[in-house]
Design a protein around this ligand. Structure first.
Ligand code: CTP
Length: 469
């Protein structure tokens, strides 16, 4: 492990603090990440005295700009790729209706007390007399080794003071593969209603770190265990449970969804494919019905689910741009490859899938493979083999027909110009019929063949119109 404080800037911070009659410590994420062997460029420095004064003097010395937030008593400067934030050591108390604290000056220990977890409350001294010494009053280093998330104070105080920490406990446990103590889990259950005072953006920012973890399911199971799931992710909460009729049960869609999410994570899926995995069956509770012949059905859950994505993205403050449209598309199409596998794999069906998925065909296939979560290994192996067949067929057809991202060679504009007509249903009908003929392989993806078909179709659909030229 590299020496934690070998960058000369740390010594300089300590000397600058001494000149201001203060002491300085690097605290929090930097110290934790050092012991975890993770690189960290965000450095939090706590100063017993004025953090702003030390930052300003250091900024002058280094010749860099300092941004100060006097109201919060914090200051930040950037130096050679590091972002260094200064804060005066604080003692805080909180009002019940807000996470904005009433702040007083305090000692290093006061400041460590008000931190979220023991693993985040460790500090290294930057002062000449004990430079590099670890100050760890709550056994953060032991907890880090043992993989335990625990609060420095009574967890009811820590979580009630700043309820975002309930979500952070789950985030760190998931991200670092650690365990939240039973005492903390209980305290989160007791304080869970206080999550209402936290902004959605902050909850989503933590959840993004959960879903980007190696095994994101851990986080969502913890949301459930602590009672936060129902409050924070009610749509996911509704996926829970199994209903039985006449001995026939459907699978627990919450458990299934999380398995799919883990599978997508293991396959290296990006953030948006992971949200898609979380939402792919989101409409199952709404579309569930019972059919005496076939048992439980969830007809059209992919269409209904795709329509739910926008509202969910809005509520969760996720971007309403092409990333959301990608998730909608994944939810809408997630059954298509499996339907292909179950039926006979015809060229025409493969072409249609390539056309509808366009450039997103690879992530769609990753999601579909991830969606096979049967407990029956032989069944899983058979499905995955069938997917291989579909994929090799896709490659052949794509090479031959270039369907992916294809624009039909005859546009609506051309049809209108050719026949001197205004936009009307006939134009759409002709255009779609040409597209279908190409996708079905009845004509080639080629201008001349498409033009010929257009004239045949026009003679039937708009017999009174003749080509102008
Ligand atoms: N902190 C806290 N309570 C919070 C947020 C932060 O006590 N709600 C403290 C912790 O000591 C934390 C430090 O502030 O280590 C910095 O917080 P932040 O930058 O949000 O997180 P990191 O711990 O640095 O973790 P990461 O870089 O993974 O976000």
């Amino acid at each position: 492990m590299a020496a934690p404080l070998d960058n000369p800037v740390f010594g300089l911070i300590g000397r600058t603090a001494a000149e201001c009659g203060a002491r300085a410590y690097v605290i929090g994420g930097f110290v934790r990440d050092h012991f975890l062997g993770r690189p960290c460029c965000d450095i939090d420095v706590v100063v017993t005295g004025s953090g702003v004064q030390v930052a300003e003097r250091l900024g002058e010395r280094l010749g860099v700009k300092v941004s100060t937030f006097k109201n919060f008593g914090t200051a930040m400067l950037r130096y050679r790729g590091l972002e260094i934030e200064f804060v005066g050591a604080r003692k805080e108390s909180y009002r019940a209706d807000s996470r904005k604290p009433v702040v007083e000056d305090g000692t290093l220990e006061d400041d460590q007390n008000r931190r979220d977890f023991t693993i985040n409350a460790m500090a290294f001294s930057l002062n000449e007399d004990d430079f590099g010494e670890l100050v760890d009053p709550f056994g953060g280093i032991d907890d880090l080794k043992a993989g335990i998330i625990r609060t420095p104070l009574d967890p009811d105080t820590t979580f009630s003071d700043d309820p975002l920490r309930m979500v952070r406990a789950i985030r760190f446990a998931t991200q670092l593969g650690m365990t939240v103590t039973a005492e903390c889990i209980e305290a989160i259950r007791r304080n869970r209603e206080r999550i209402a005072i936290i902004s959605r953006e902050r909850i989503t920012a933590e959840t993004e770190k959960i879903i980007m973890s190696q095994r994101p399911s851990r986080g969502f199971f913890l949301f459930d265990k602590t009672g936060l799931l129902e409050l924070v992710y009610p749509d996911l909460y509704r996926l829970k449970g199994v209903e039985k009729r006449g001995g026939r049960a459907h699978k627990d869609n919450f458990v299934h969804t999380l398995k799919v999410l883990d599978n997508v994570a293991a396959a290296g899926g990006d953030e948006w494919l992971r949200w898609a995995a979380l939402l792919h069956d989101i409409a199952k509770p709404r579309t569930k019905s019972w059919d005496d012949r076939v048992g439980w059905t969830f007809h059209n859950h992919e269409f209904v689910g795709a329509r739910m994505v926008k509202g969910i993205f809005k509520a969760w403050r996720l971007p309403l741009d092409h990333k959301m449209r990608f998730v909608e598309k994944m939810v809408l199409l997630h059954l298509r490859p499996i339907a292909l596998v179950e039926d006979e794999v015809t060229d025409s069906a493969v072409r249609r899938l390539l056309f509808d998925a366009g450039d997103d065909i690879e992530p769609l296939m990753t999601l579909c493979r991830a969606d096979i979560t049967s407990g029956d290994d032989r069944k899983v192996a058979r499905y995955l083999r069938n997917f291989d067949t579909v994929e090799s067929k896709m490659r052949q057809i794509e090479e031959k027909d270039r369907i992916r991202n294809f624009q039909p060679p005859i546009s609506g504009e051309l049809i209108m110009r050719t026949y001197g007509i205004e936009p009307c249903s006939a134009v759409g009908q002709i255009k779609n019929a040409i597209k279908d003929a190409i996708l079905d392989g009845r004509i080639a993806n080629d201008y001349d063949e498409a033009y010929r078909l257009m004239t045949e179709l026009a003679a039937e659909i708009i017999p009174d119109k003749k080509p102008l030229a």
